[in-house]
Design a protein around this ligand. Sequence first.
Ligand code: AGP
Length: 646
Amino acid sequence: MCGIVGGIAQRDITPILLEGLKRLEYRGYDSAGMAVVRTGELQRERALGKVAELEAALTRRRLNGRLGIAHTRWATHGKPSLANAHPHLSSASVAVVHNGIIENFEPLKARLEGQGYRFHSDTDTEVIAHLFDSHYREQHEPRHAQEARDTLLAAFRATLGELHGAYALGLIHRDHPEHLLCARMGSPLVIGVGSGEHFIGSDPLALLQVTDRFIYLEEGDHALMTSHDIVIFDGEQVVEEISSDMPQSPDAGTEQLGAGRRALGARPIIRYEHGSQAANKGDYRHFMLKEIHEQPEVLRDTLADKLTPEGTLLTAVLGPEAAELLPQVRQVQLVACGTSYHAGLVARYWLEALAGVPCSVEVASEFRYRHVAVQPGTLFVTLSQSGETADTLAALRFAKSAGYLATLAICNVPGSSLVRESQLRLMTHAGPEIGVASTKAFTTQLAVLAWLALVLGRQQGRLDDADLAEQVAALQALPEQLRQVLELEPAIAELANGFAEKRHTLFLGRGAHYPVAMEGALKLKEISYIHAEAYAAGELKHGPLALVDDAMPVVTVAPSDTLLEKLKSNLQEVRARGGRLINFVCERAGLVDEEGVRNFPLPKVPELTAPILYSVPLQLLSYHVALVKGTDVDKPRNLAKSVTVE
Ligand code: AGP
């Protein structure tokens, strides 16, 4: 999806903007651009395609300035083209970058055209630039610095007041080389706090090369920034005022302001906890591979604040209201998209089996438009890596007034909208996930959901001390078992050589491994572009068996559980039709390699943790198939990392 980076500094801002755009590339985009202000001139450069194209254009025509904004665009209104790339300008004096959708852009455009403005793009964003310009011209000529600031703010507020829809905005004006304006409504935006320089970004990752201190703007906030000061407004009310010469707090986390500064505390500065190296590939060829290999470590980190080494469940991590709410839970509604939805489907098996709590799972894009019948005592749970997925957020906002007991977000990004807008929260500590194909975010979500099932199981009186100890031991053993599974990589890579030729694949699983198969199919589709379908293995003979022949690889997830014998019968059905089987199978399942059957043995693990473990070889399979096919593994075509528009 679109990405924003901007800044006001006392040095040339263009290298910072360019580096920021490179760091946003993982989100998916089709064009990029930059605008800077320099001595009474607004300069802009744009390019279709990769940020590297923009970089090449900037070597031909160098921009230079201390104030600037930049953008990666993922087309919504108007096709990918140079004319539609951001920043958009008005009267050669205003430049705007925008993420989101302006729903009322058509009437605004008609009015502005009537006023004489000429449009050069098909985007909704260009309306914002002209609208600001028209409001700016209504203001009287500023006579001194304070008036200049007031003029900008008045025009900006008048503009925001007319916009319907979702936006994160950055705006600069040729005649105000000291001021950067920004606003957030329905699309994320952070302010990066520097020393003598300040920045904006749609994602903190864009700014980690210059700062690790961020302010997460709230819905409806707008801000005026200079290189020294940041003033954040909610309407006309100042909610935060910050100067960059404030001292740094010795202990990380929320920082205090220096003496004599306003410290309203409404928008705290948060230190980014993962460090700037977290978003680097290191020695790995792709982020996806790095993220697959990080799983033992991040699973341990994710469980660390939820479980003592002795096995006590630390429920306080859910938030202060948890103690009162948990005993009231009678049902659970899980809502998410994509991979996060698959995590929810796995969790249903755990929540019903371990806690005896009825559980429904639904994709957010459907849930948000349904007339739901809410049972008393239903906990509404959203799952999201990013915490900014538009459909999941909309579902949460709907749920808040639909009579649910409480809302809980399970998320990987602490300052995200989903976390901030939910009553309870559980963080996955997966660290930044850059590869578009979700891997470590999925397995850490599963670990958190398994933990939640234990918490509710205990609460409902369904797990005694011995049961709990057994399940906790299973979770604690996971990091080491994952390391063993990762050792399958060379064998899987070898298999991928023959697999890459295939055009269709079936994935089979039963019980909680049916959604694991769904996740395996999604991974293969999104990065290798091979058509893949997942079925509950028992469904084979109800239709999909017709597809099976010797050209069709069938990938099965076959842990040693109560359904293994049934699954083996399903595999016989495939073999009898000449289908080629690739089995990820418990080492003790007794399946042997033969012509057309390849088995990858995994350690025998308890039923609770098997779905987490068996997901990993499927991730490796899709990665290596994509590698053989030569696709863009980390940035597959047509996809974006965080889907912030509907
Ligand atoms: C996973 O590989 C996908 N890229 C995608 O399905 C993703 O899981 C989905 O868009 C939801 O994202 P979220 O977890 O950030 O809400």
